[in-house]
Write a protein that binds this ligand. Structure first.
Ligand code: RIB
Length: 307
């Protein structure tokens, strides 16, 4: 059976500028290159999960404009089934992405537009879809109230829940208790727990803090250091899996989350699911763009077999 993954989140058009450095206020710098492409954490995760082998449904709002068409084309190509409310009073959002030309690291401003208006009622209208999933995933680019409602619906239907708490936000114990898995990166983990995270040992402390607030398992992504995982019975550090030279790290967390959701739904052990996520992220950083950098299942399996 193909695992069913339902994702609530945001699509935006990514406008990515490579440059040697970011401009200071009032300054103009010349860039090295520009690219326009599909992005948004939820949509990227949906594309990653579909390409990794999931039956993926994506809940969002779009405007009625050319970027909305880019979203539909992207999902169609990846095999993602949209559950979209068209909101012609708003616009399909966009993200400014600065990419450091030397390291491939990024800094992002996102304006979610229509998806920033996803309501609790929008989510309630998709309750049956959410409760029919094996795994439900969301992030924090759309309103927190919508994320919370969707997690409640999923949890009450016995669906495994994953919260990727990005961008960083203050989270209540109530919302954390709805999460079987939370997947912050280093800075998001610090933002939620107050524990500075630079190393796997720091991540272990942050994971303890997250678990004491009610999450089922904490997964802290550590970039080139891989991921740290902790649940009630197991603590694991899974190193990053390298697939080649890093050209752009934007979307690596989305690659991990989308693939991890598929692995979870397929019933892999935590260690194998983490390795599956790391392999997917490892391939994505060798390619330009976010959604366009997500690998196919055969590529992920081949990298895992070689490691
Ligand atoms: O995680 C990367 C994504 O964050 C980008 O695609 C950008 O759109 C922002 O949402």
């Amino acid at each position: 059976m193909v695992p069913k993954i339902v994702i609530l989140g945001v699509f935006v058009a990514d406008t990515a500028y490579r440059a040697k450095r970011q401009p200071a206020m009032g300054e103009t710098v010349l860039g090295e290159s520009f690219a326009l492409g599909p992005g948004g954490k939820g949509s990227n995760q949906a594309v990653a999960a579909a390409k990794a082998g999931g039956d993926v449904h994506f809940i969002t709002r779009l405007g009625d404009d050319p970027f909305a068409q880019m979203a539909r084309d992207t999902w169609n190509a990846a095999g993602v089934t949209p559950a979209v409310r068209v909101d012609s009073e708003s616009y399909t959002g966009a993200a400014y992405i600065f990419i450091d030309d030397a390291t491939g690291d990024n800094a992002i401003i996102i304006s979610p537009g229509a998806a920033g208006r996803i309501s609790v009622e929008d989510v309630d209208a998709q309750a049956e879809l959410i409760q029919g999933a094996d795994v439900f995933v969301t992030q924090l680019e759309q309103p927190m109230a919508a994320a919370k409602r969707a997690l409640e619906i999923a949890k009450s239907g016995g669906v495994k829940t994953v919260l990727n708490p990005a961008p960083a936000a203050v989270l209540t114990d109530e919302i954390l208790a709805l999460c079987d898995y939370v997947t912050p990166n280093e800075s998001e983990a610090e933002g939620i727990t107050g524990v500075p995270v630079k190393t796997p040992d720091d991540a272990a402390r942050a994971a303890d803090a997250l678990m004491s607030r009610g999450v089922g398992a904490a997964i802290i992504t550590l970039g080139a250091q891989g991921v740290f995982y902790k649940d009630r019975d197991t603590a694991l550090h899974v190193p990053a899996i390298t697939a080649g030279d890093v050209v752009e790290t934007t979307g690596a967390g989305d690659a991990f989350n989308g693939a991890f959701a598929v692995a979870l739904a397929e019933g892999m052990t935590p260690e194998n699911a983490l390795r599956f996520g790391c392999a997917t992220a490892g391939i994505s950083v060798t390619r330009l763009g976010t959604a366009p950098s997500m690998p196919a299942r055969a590529e992920i399996d081949a990298l895992l077999a070689a490691n």
